[in-house]
Design a protein around this ligand. Structure first.
Ligand code: GDP
Ligand code: MG
Length: 457
């Protein structure tokens, strides 16, 4: 048998933190792309996965430690959205991420979503590293592109160094108030007890080599067991989308196991389990993100951990955020179909039993859960009578129109990050069903509230 150290999969890392701290920009910086500027309101509300091969990490970190031994094949980074309610990415019940980067803006310190992310990471026992981002905004900062942070720090004026120390001390105190010990990573003698802080600039790249190296070294050192490759397929659907020439495809994160072309698979669908077989396994070129358009590499098989696009028949109603199962020769198909539908149960339980409430619609199970969670909070408190995932169609409008008889204001669809077909829009206007669409969850609430207030007047 292989020694476990020689058989590690890539760690899966997610980036969390308050909006505008630079999560997307940091990924862009590592990757050398510009996803950030194409986003709705600058907020990332869809999930992307990027694979960084070990060679690339070695190249990026050579100034730090030319002999750094990388035992993992690479690093798979998931760019999770910034909104505090987006907390729902899981794989077989546990967190999808092995390690996280918690991004803090050095000029702002800890913000509400930083604390939210922090609590979430603690709740799931996920290790994380703090990226203290935007150091280039310190007044008088001397840029030194992609340089290791210690080297850069030495080149800064006394004033810059003083401002840095002052802000760092404040932020360490803020973490302390949250019950957490933190320290600059190169001064941290007790990693595991004390969380490491890596100062970074996503604009000029200072500290990014340090961050990469620390992520890889820390995970391969402390998570050997978790990262030991397992044959049992563990896979989560991140996105369902139509791609020209491929039909409806799913983007997945394969955490463990191997997927083959032709494998029989089961995924959770809006109308029940979907049983199909893999037509093609596609990946973007290394270092590009799954979301970014481009040509794909075809594979006969792919081993975890990887972000993969799968094409197959019948994926139209697949639900993002749920598990993907492979049917093996020994497996009972009925059992697997049942297991695949488990993820939907928690969402179905959120629907108001009285049957009175608005209809909500979102792009993924994760974002639907986030929206439902938001609507349930006491300050918001909007009952929900129906849910759907994917674009708003005529049938969804029909469903919402049932409320016209009961409570007119609930004859409403709150559509988050999804399109509305022209036919659905036409029917809604005809019947008097309101459709509110937004890319940002709380904007939906604002719109709905304004509508209700208007009705009352
Ligand atoms: P996200 O919401 O956390 O994903 O933040 P973005 O990556 O979208 O960045 C928010 C804004 O901060 C954008 O205008 C970025 O250009 C800017 N920004 C991000 N990182 C840095 C940084 O290290 N330095 C400076 N000066 N600006 C940054
Ligand atoms: Mg972002």
């Amino acid at each position: 048998t292989e020694k476990s150290e020689d058989n590690l999969r890539s760690p899966i890392c997610c980036i969390m933190g308050h909006v505008d701290t630079g999560k997307t920009k940091l990924l862009d910086c590592i990757r050398g792309t510009n996803v950030q500027e194409g986003e709705a309101g600058g907020i990332t509300q869809q999930i992307g996965a990027t694979y960084f091969p070990a060679e690339n990490i070695r190249e990026r970190t050579k100034e730090l430690k030319a002999d750094a031994k990388l035992k993992v094949p690479g690093l798979l980074v998931i760019d999770t959205p910034g909104h505090e309610s987006f907390t729902n990415l899981r794989s077989r019940g546990s967190s999808l991420c092995d390690i996280a980067i918690l991004v803090v803006d050095i000029m702002h310190g800890l913000e509400p979503q930083t604390i939210e992310s922090l609590n979430l990471l603690r709740m799931r026992n996920t290790e994380f590293i703090v990226a203290l981002n935007k150091v280039d905004r310190l007044y008088g900062w001397k840029t030194s592109r992609n340089a290791p942070i210690m080297k850069t720090m030495k080149q800064q004026s006394k004033d810059v160094q003083n401002e840095f120390s002052m802000r760092l001390t404040q932020i360490i105190t803020q973490f302390k108030e949250q019950g957490l010990n933190t320290e600059l990573y190169y001064k941290n003698r007790e990693m595991g007890e004390t969380y490491s802080i890596v100062p970074t600039s996503a604009i000029s790249g200072e500290g990014v080599p340090d961050l990469l190296l620390l992520l890889v070294q820390w995970s391969q050192k402390t998570m050997v067991e978790k990262l030991t490759y397992s044959n049992e397929v563990q896979c989560t659907v991140l996105e369902v989308k139509v791609v020209e020439g491929h039909g409806t495809t799913i983007d997945v994160v394969l955490v463990n196991g191997v997927l083959h072309e032709g494998d029989q698979i089961v995924v959770c669908g809006m109308q029940g389990p979907i049983v199909t077989s893999i037509r093609a396994l596609l990946t973007p070129h290394p270092m590009k993100e799954l979301r970014v358009k481009g040509t794909y590499l075809h594979h006969k098989q792919i081993k975890a951990a990887q972000g993969i696009k799968i094409t197959a028949q019948g994926l139209e109603h697949a639900i993002a955020g749920t598990g993907l199962y492979v049917v093996g020769p020994q497996d009972d198909l009925d059992d697997i179909m049942e297991a695949a539908m488990e993820d939907m149960k928690s969402v179905m339980n959120r629907i108001d039993k009285s049957g009175e409430g608005v209809c909500v619609q979102a792009s993924t199970l994760g974002s639907l859960e986030a929206l439902l969670e938001f609507l349930k909070t006491p300050e918001v408190n909007i009952p929900v009578s129906g849910i759907s995932i994917g674009p708003v169609h005529k049938k969804d409008v029909m469903k919402a129109s049932v409320m016209l008889e009961k409570k007119k204001e609930f004859a409403t669809i709150l559509a988050f990050d999804v399109k509305v077909t022209p036919e659905a829009r036409e029917l809604a206007d005809e019947l008097g069903v309101k459709i509110f669409i937004a890319d940002i969850i709380y904007h939906l609430f604002d719109q709905f509230k304004a509508y209700i207030d208007n009705l009352k007047e």
